[in-house]
Design a protein around this ligand. Structure first.
Ligand code: FAD
Ligand code: SIN
Length: 523
């Protein structure tokens, strides 16, 4: 059993930022970070475009960034949260710079600012097309310098410890006491007790299979919080990124950053028609939901498998300087971007909803906090504005730090009733492996065809039934065969899928990234 003042689940930008801040301030308090894969593996590591932060007071303003965010969110953002996050941006970006992250400069020595869809001004601070990697490395480096941080990789958080698992003499209502964690190195389940637990577990892209997200993005934190009874909101707002490299495989796919369209690339159909002009006056730089839905319509009209990004009219040397990673990934696939168009399709990219948190990052469960992509803060509403998520993660990690920094050392409540998790054997039967592989593929196919960019009530109801059956099947396996990471992940992914479908059926008006044909007025 491990005891710690602060348990952070997840080592992306959200978890690491909170860890650094709290460990720097309280050198006598203990901070434990757990992460389920290698230390850097996260959505953060793959972020390309950058961080949206107002820099240039002459051209840009907080008001413009606020308005762009509200426009993208289609009336469902929390205006106060938007204002707070946008105005905190410059300070939180500076934290990263102090910790050693480098961002590209223009010849005048100021930060070079990129442009992305839905932004009325250039305000994307970036490090070439590998901004996330630069941030992740700077944060991991700083974490390594702080001796009161205990960093444990390859540790899979299975469930939160709450009243269901422990009896608390002090608290009324649900409280979190830490987490049960499967140590993937020795296959033992350990209890980590904590005064405060911070969920920073990232996104859900793998629920769809065809996604920009890496394998870790199975929605574990949202699923754990949901099982523990936390309030979850807005899960119907799955954001599909419009321009993901088409490889015909439908699995994890390489992203062609929105910044490439900001740099001047055109979206064309097979015939060479620049079709975005037919859908929105902002053309390629309309907000993400509009571009994705337009591509979806083009594909359905034509029956073609993909559309194309045309960069052939751009200065290719300049392109290479800005997007070296995208250039070499295309080159490796025999796409010469000075001559060839890049084949692209939309794919699941980001979840706008998640665990409901207030401005201090507090969830509806005592001593449980959350930040980053696993949360619903009110910033995104019905659709996230490009490059607002790294910013949101930075601001909320800071807000939790501010809140907890004013509290006494959290008391680590001892559990008076031990759940049987630790005594459960870790067994991996072939039947479990076979079943999880098969059901995972089934789940992903179901989500792509029934719960994609354009939805309807019949398909959503059919998905509800199938998911209920899958859930029962997996619960039975979970109870019978006990603990296995792939089984736990699948259980979480089905929980997430059920939340997306249930919230989609509840939403009776189309907004932003959510579109149900049956919500359209009949003509
Ligand atoms: P993550 O960075 O995903 O970190 C989650 C962490 O939790 C990981 O360490 C993971 O291993 C760990 N974890 C998960 N489950 C468990 C578990 N059960 N037990 C233990 N550990 C667990 N946003 C922008 O603002 N700008 C961009 O340019 C941008 N580009 C993007 C490009 C790509 C390809 C992708 C995929 C996303 C992009 N995004 C971008 C979105 C942004 O990267 C993410 O929203 C953000 O990085 C999320 O940070 P996070 O810390 O919340 O989660
Ligand atoms: C991109 O670079 O297109 C991704 C930006 C984002 O997801 O915010």
């Amino acid at each position: 059993m491990i005891s710690t003042d602060y348990l952070i689940i997840g080592s992306g930008i959200a978890g690491l930022t909170f860890a650094v801040k709290i460990a720097e301030k309280f050198t006598d308090r203990t901070v434990c970070i757990i992460t389920k894969a290698d230390d850097s593996e996260s959505n953060t590591k793959y972020a390309q475009g950058g961080v949206a932060v107002v820099q240039d007071a002459l051209e840009d303003s907080f008001e413009k960034h606020i308005q762009d965010t509200l426009n993208a969110g289609a009336g469902l953002c929390d205006g106060q949260v938007v204002e707070m996050i946008v105005k905190e941006g410059p300070k939180r970006l500076n934290d990263l710079i102090v910790w050693g992250a480098n961002f590209d400069l223009s010849p005048n020595g100021k930060l070079d600012l990129g442009k992305e869809g839905g932004h009325s001004e250039s305000r994307i601070v970036h490090h070439k097309d590998v901004t996330g990697l630069e941030i992740e490395e700077a944060l991991l480096n700083r974490v390594g310098q702080l001796s009161n941080i205990n960093f444990l990789d390859h540790q899979f958080a299975m469930d939160l410890i709450t009243e269901c698992h422990a009896l608390s003499p002090q608290h009324q209502g649900q409280t979190c006491f830490g987490a049960y964690v499967l140590n993937k190195k020795n296959e033992k389940v350990e209890t980590i007790r904590a005064g405060a637990t911070i969920l920073a577990t990232g996104g859900i892209g793998k629920v769809y299979g065809h996604t920009t997200n890496p394998d870790i993005a199975t929605g574990d934190g949202i699923a754990m919080a949901s099982r523990a009874g936390a309030h979850i909101q807005d899960m119907e707002f799955v954001q599909f990124h419009p321009t993901v490299l088409y490889d015909g495989k439908g699995g994890r796919s390489f992203l062609i950053s929105e910044a490439v369209r900001g740099f001047g690339a055109y979206l064309k159909n097979k015939e060479g028609h620049r079709f975005m002009l037919d859908y929105d006056t902002r053309a390629e730089l309309a907000s993400r939901d509009i571009v994705s839905k337009s591509i979806d319509q083009e594909l359905k009209k034509s029956g073609n498998p993909c559309v194309y990004l045309d960069c052939t009219h751009l200065d290719i040397d300049d392109f290479k300087t800005h997007f070296p990673n995208i250039f070499s990934e295309c080159e490796a696939r025999d796409i010469a971007i000075d001559k060839d168009w890049i084949p692209v399709v939309p794919a699941a990219h980001y979840i706008c909803g998640g665990i409901t948190v207030n401005k201090e990052g507090r969830t509806s469960i005592g001593n449980l906090f959350a930040c980053g992509e696993c949360t619903r803060t009110g910033l995104h509403g019905a659709n996230r504005l490009a490059s607002n998520s790294l910013l949101e993660a930075l601001v909320y990690a800071h807000n939790i730090y501010e809140y907890l920094g004013q509290q006494p050392v959290p008391s680590i409540t001892s559990t008076t009733r031990q759940h049987n998790m630790e005594s459960r054997p870790v067994l991996t039967y072939d039947i479990v492996k076979w079943n999880t592989t098969w059901n995972r593929a089934k789940l992903q196919a179901l989500m792509r065809s029934y719960v994609g960019i354009v939805r309807n009530d019949d398909l959503l109801r059919a998905a509800t039934e199938r998911l209920a059956e899958m859930y029962e099947e997996i619960e039975e396996l979970y109870e019978k065969y006990k603990l296995d990471t792939s089984l736990c992940e699948l259980r979480n992914m089905i929980t997430i899928a059920r939340l997306i479908v249930a919230h989609s059926l509840e939403r009776k008006e189309n907004k932003g990234g959510f579109f149900n044909i049956d919500n359209e007025p009949s003509t």
